[in-house]
Design a protein around this ligand. Structure first.
Ligand SMILES: Cc1cc2nc3c(=O)[nH]c(=O)nc-3n(C[C@H](O)[C@H](O)[C@H](O)COP(=O)(O)O)c2cc1C
Length: 247
């Protein structure tokens, strides 16, 4: 399954037929998830399927996938990275889906489970609209607003990544033989409303990694968390660049 091909055609789906999938189809989805790569193999994640959820900006769908962890650091970006592969897999299978940042499980809320912490939700199901769009229909920042190295096709894949409120909170800067990945520091009132920027960063890294695989380049990510001279941003990590690879 070439998930890369779905990067430039997927879209969030907010209209569903309401017809639920059967046990077999849910098992097929679970099997697909077990084949996806995590960003950090040592940061465990769990997930469960539910049919009822609540919250603001919720989308009515036949299924919700609730992703949870143990309250450890780096879980959110790991969740974005791993489950963006599922979002692309859904696109490849003509299944609609959308990330939901403010939606909660009604029946088993994680605040009642001492061992679990819910991170993020994905609504999915049979769509009553097209689950694809043309590349020129993506509403995204121009490439020069997210990088000073626009020729890199892996960064072009990052540009198309979905993010909460479509904030696209990433910037990639070429620095010698490294590619620095920055995370935008949100300010109030936005920072009070939106708290899923790390999920967004994982999603962006997923697109970068899939593009590396597609263009036969190695993917290596080194996590950092440092103040940066770039105003309004923090350093989030370093990536390999083509310059490294030419050596
Ligand atoms: C972490 C995250 C949280 C999101 N939360 C919501 C949400 O609560 N409700 C919603 O309708 N869309 C939500 N979205 C979908 C975004 O609005 C959407 O990805 C963005 O506007 C880009 O549009 P596209 O996905 O169609 O390319 C979320 C996306 C991400 C990545």
């Amino acid at each position: 399954m070439n998930l890369f091909d779905s990067i430039n055609r997927r879209k969030s789906c907010r209209n569903y037929t309401g017809q639920p999938f059967g046990k077999e189809q849910l098992e097929e989805i679970a099997e697909a998830i077990s084949g996806f790569e995590p960003l950090y193999p040592d940061v465990p994640l769990e997930y469960r399927f539910v049919t009822k959820a609540k919250g603001i900006f919720k989308v009515q769908a036949p299924h919700y996938l609730i992703i949870s962890g143990q309250g450890q650091e780096k879980e959110s970006e790991n969740a974005g990275f791993l489950f963006q592969q599922l979002i692309l897999w859904f696109d490849a299978h003509n299944i609609g889906s959308v990330w939901l940042g403010k939606t909660k499980d009604i029946e088993n809320p994680s605040d009642k489970d001492p061992n679990g912490k819910d991170i993020i939700v994905i609504a999915f199901g049979q769509a009553s609209e097209s689950v694809h769009r043309r590349e020129d229909e993506f509403k995204r920042k121009p490439i020069n607003e997210i990088t000073d190295y626009p020729a890199d096709p892996c960064i072009q894949a990052v540009r198309l990544a979905p993010s909460g409120m479509n904030l696209q909170p990433w910037y990639l800067e070429k620095s010698g033989d490294k590619l620095l990945l920055y995370k935008q520091s949100l300010k109030p009132p936005l920072s009070l409303v939106y708290k899923k920027t790390e999920v967004d960063m994982g999603i962006a890294l997923c697109h970068y990694a899939l593009a590396c695989r597609h263009f036969d380049r190695p993917f290596a990510f080194n996590r950092k968390d440092e103040e940066a001279s770039k105003k309004g941003y923090r350093l989030f990590g370093e990536l390999l660049t083509p310059a490294n690879l030419e050596k």
